[in-house]
Design a protein around this ligand. Structure first.
Ligand code: ADP
Ligand code: MG
Length: 270
């Protein structure tokens, strides 16, 4: 990554060069409780522009809750969330204080869920153009042209008129990624994007994510695919019971884990 950054940083034609290295997402001392259950107990992390941050950890450690707080699907109980340098204004109860700000920031984030979450009564093309047309107010013809480029990119050029139910899980997830890309997000949040897939369909989705990582998309990726995390991530965060137990470059976290809990965890998933 250091090399890739240098290359783009010295290339004045790169549109991204100005923003590379800036913080795309920063969370500071994030807390989240559900009633008396403390799920996040002070998590802080930073993803710079172009970073791929992999989040690993056992079931129930708070990985999804963390992504959902970043995407305003949950209201934090405490802490700060800063997207593209802009701190999310929250009320004391963690709910957004400024609806306009949230609407603006929302369009810079895109989330891909384990369960695809496509609109089942719409074709793939309609799924991809929905937010660009209705939220971003992009002219329909332009949105359609763009959607076709994205569907082609994820290998679904011939499926634009298909409804999700007629596609494999891998195709649905690739369509969900095309839909996420349609807002040209500055940050993509992936929550176990391959864990609902039959094993033979995992590879096609990882290939799409790998390409996005290679082109410098900033992403936070919750995954149980350890080999993939090791390959694509710039930074790996291991969550244990709502806290970051260990973090670092993939070679360190996977190759030389310091925490005993992480060592145990890696044994249990390998
Ligand atoms: P992970 O994604 O790491 O498996 P989650 O963030 O989904 O973990 O969940 C962390 C803990 O928070 C779990 O104990 C889960 O039951 C609890 N939890 C998650 N969402 C809710 C909710 N909406 N209400 C109550 N408890 C929740
Ligand atoms: Mg989860």
């Amino acid at each position: 990554v250091a090399t890739a950054e240098q290359d783009t940083a010295t290339d004045p034609s790169s549109a991204q060069s100005a923003s590379l290295g800036k913080d795309a997402v920063r969370i500071e001392d994030l807390h989240k409780s559900f009633g008396t259950l403390k799920v996040l107990k002070g998590v802080s992390l930073t993803a710079r522009q172009g970073d791929v941050v992999a989040i690993i950890g056992g079931s129930g450690s708070g990985k999804s809750t963390m992504l959902r707080c970043i995407n305003f699907l949950e209201s934090p109980s405490g802490g700060k969330i800063i997207i593209d340098g802009e701190e999310v204004k929250m009320r004391a109860d963690g709910t957004p204080a400024d609806r306009r700000q949230i609407e603006r920031i929302r369009t810079r984030l895109a989330m891909v869920f384990q369960s695809f979450n496509l609109w089942t009564h719409r074709t793939l093309l309609e799924n991809v153009i929905e937010v660009p047309v209705h939220v971003l107010k992009i002219p329909r013809a332009e949105a359609i042209a763009q959607a076709r480029v994205l569907l082609k990119r994820v290998g679904l050029a011939d499926k634009e008129d298909a409804f999700p139910a007629f596609l494999s899980g891998g195709q649905q997830q690739r369509a969900a990624i095309a839909r996420a890309l349609a807002v040209d997000p500055s940050v993509m949040l992936f929550d176990e994007p391959t864990s609902a897939l039959d094993p033979e369909l995992v590879g096609e989705v990882l290939t799409v994510i790998r390409d996005l990582a290679a082109e410098g998309r900033t992403m936070l990726l919750v995954t149980h695919e350890m080999r993939f995390a090791r390959e694509v991530a710039d930074h790996v965060v291991y969550l244990y019971q709502g806290r970051i137990e260990e973090q670092g470059p993939p070679a360190e976290v996977f190759g030389n884990p310091k925490s005993e809990r992480l060592q145990q965890f890696l044994k249990s998933v390998s």
